[in-house]
Design a protein around this ligand. Structure first.
Ligand code: AMP
Length: 472
């Protein structure tokens, strides 16, 4: 029984809290802080509150709430009591939320974690930890679902523990680190990757509600590690106040959730002398590959599979869909046995949907999502190959290449470019470097590419906006 209790992720996290519980866990911009002791007390009051409300092991707690430390206490209390924490993107509209309510059938819906804490803080703290098995579901993470219904990836206590421990080791976290935390906490990046590295090393976090230039630049001066999405880095580089000195206290900049442009990687190194460590992950498996802490971090590569991750390229070609197996890979989608079956191979590998290749030494390169593959006149076109060429052109900040319905070719390649330039000149320049079926047939200039909260370019939005280009 003791063994089972130890499989509860909260028991593992708590065993790594600093012995001196007066040490800070959260540091706020105004100088206030929350200690590990206060965190632990908050979690056990919240656990008492969940139990008093009738929320039990396996029950879903659906949360759509602003980022707060109380939300973290609620997450940890769900782990502690065996309930399943199901966070939702704060951007979802009521109509979208009603789908998740119907799908998750939650025992409790939380829209304001601080209000729950106010109710919980009057109760006697309840430190009892539910005897979870490592295969018990800890969290239900809804995928962003750009096509079709959003799926709930069921991540277990064991999945999250394995990934947290692997990352803490791979990225060299110690109790002396201070993590600059400005990511949302409804997504795996901010909720699991960042939070677990801090809690498992008993270190502190500078806690910001969201990315804002000035608090970030000030936060860097008292932090050692930042985890961000690519837009954090482009925004920092756009700010002349971000200098080599601003980054001098930092030992590590981590980036992921969307591809980091090589130009951003290079500009960051020029400005700060530091190389961003890019890693690759997804809701269904948390982190899969990472560039090394010690050793070469290469622009455009997502590094090597984490220890214990078995990665292969499907389809028998050099480039194909990445398949993975490993201790952090989820085993099913919530109440969607068909989808689960479709996305695993017969021998148990999860089909990520990301297209990539792997060097003989194991290093992985991602060239895009399989569903973004364009088939033009029967030829496969990988948008990334074209985007890399366009991104080098004068006046181009960034590009997105998509396929649009075309009566002769099935799909034809178009490019949407953030920046300014001349359509005919871009097409002519692209044709000098690319086979004619790969070069864009039309080019459109915009101020910014549409992105979601994690900084991912929303190609589905672009495909919709430009769908009539060749039929109008
Ligand atoms: P999500 O489940 O919302 O975290 O999205 C996961 C997807 O983000 C992956 O399947 C990839 O397509 C993409 N992604 C995450 N990290 C990277 C990266 N470093 N480079 C390229 N794509 C990434």
């Amino acid at each position: 029984m003791v063994g089972a209790m130890k499989q509860n992720l909260y028991a593992l996290l708590q065993s790594r809290f600093p012995a001196d519980r007066s040490r800070p866990c959260f540091l706020f911009p105004d100088g206030r802080s929350t200690s590990y002791g206060e965190l632990e007390l908050g979690v056990s009051c919240m656990a008492a509150h969940l139990r008093a409300t009738g929320v039990g092991p396996g029950d879903r707690v659906l949360v759509q709430a602003p980022k707060s430390t109380e939300m973290i206490m609620l997450y940890l209390a769900c782990l502690q009591t065996g309930a399943i924490f199901a966070p939702l993107n704060t951007a979802y509209t009521p109509a979208e939320v009603s789908y998740f309510v119907g799908d998750a059938e939650p025992a409790l819906i939380v829209t304001d974690a601080a209000a729950e804490m106010a109710a919980a803080s009057g109760l006697d703290p309840d430190p009892r930890i539910h005897e979870a098995r490592s295969g018990d579901t800890a969290s239900l993470i809804y995928t962003s679902g750009t096509t079709g219904r959003s799926k709930g990836a069921m991540l277990t206590h064991g999945n999250l523990a394995a990934n947290g421990l692997a990352l803490t080791e791979a990225w060299g976290f110690t109790g002396d680190d201070v993590l600059l935390h400005a990511l949302p906490v409804f997504h795996v990046h901010g909720l699991f990757v960042a939070l677990h590295c801090s809690l498992l090393s008993g270190s502190a976090m500078v806690w910001l509600g969201k990315y804002e230039d000035d608090p970030i630049i000030e936060g860097l001066a008292r932090s050692t590690v930042m985890m961000g999405v690519p837009t954090f880095y482009t925004r920092l580089l756009d700010n002349p106040r971000f200098t080599k000195e601003s980054a001098a206290h930092m030992r590590l900049f981590v980036c992921g959730s969307a591809p980091l442009l090589p130009s951003t990687f290079e500009a960051f190194e020029d400005r700060t002398g530091q190389r961003i460590l890019e890693r690759y992950g997804m809701s269904e498996a948390v982190i899969i590959t990472s560039n090394p802490l010690k050793g070469m971090r290469i622009a455009g590569s997502v590094g090597y599979p984490l220890p214990g991750v078995d990665l292969r390229i499907g389809g028998g070609e050099e480039t194909g869909v990445i398949q993975i197996k490993g201790p952090s890979v989820f085993s099913e989608y919530w109440r969607m046995p068909e989808k689960t079956r479709e996305e695993f191979t017969a021998d148990g590998y999860f089909i990520t949907g990301d297209v990539g290749r792997q060097d003989p030494d194991g290093r992985v390169w991602i060239s895009g999502r399989a569903k973004d593959l364009i088939i033009s006149g029967g030829y496969n076109v990988y948008p990334k190959e074209i985007e890399l060429i366009l991104d080098e052109m004068e006046g181009v900040t960034e590009s997105a290449v998509i396929g649009c319905p075309h009566k002769d070719f099935g799909e034809a390649v178009i490019a949407v470019i953030a920046g300014a330039g001349d359509e005919a000149a871009v097409i002519a320049a692209a044709r000098q470097q690319l086979a004619v079926f790969k070069a864009p047939k039309r080019v459109f200039f915009v101020d910014d590419l549409p992105r979601n909260a994690m900084g991912k370019v929303q190609k589905n939005v672009l495909r919709e906006a430009y769908k009539d280009v060749f039929s109008g």
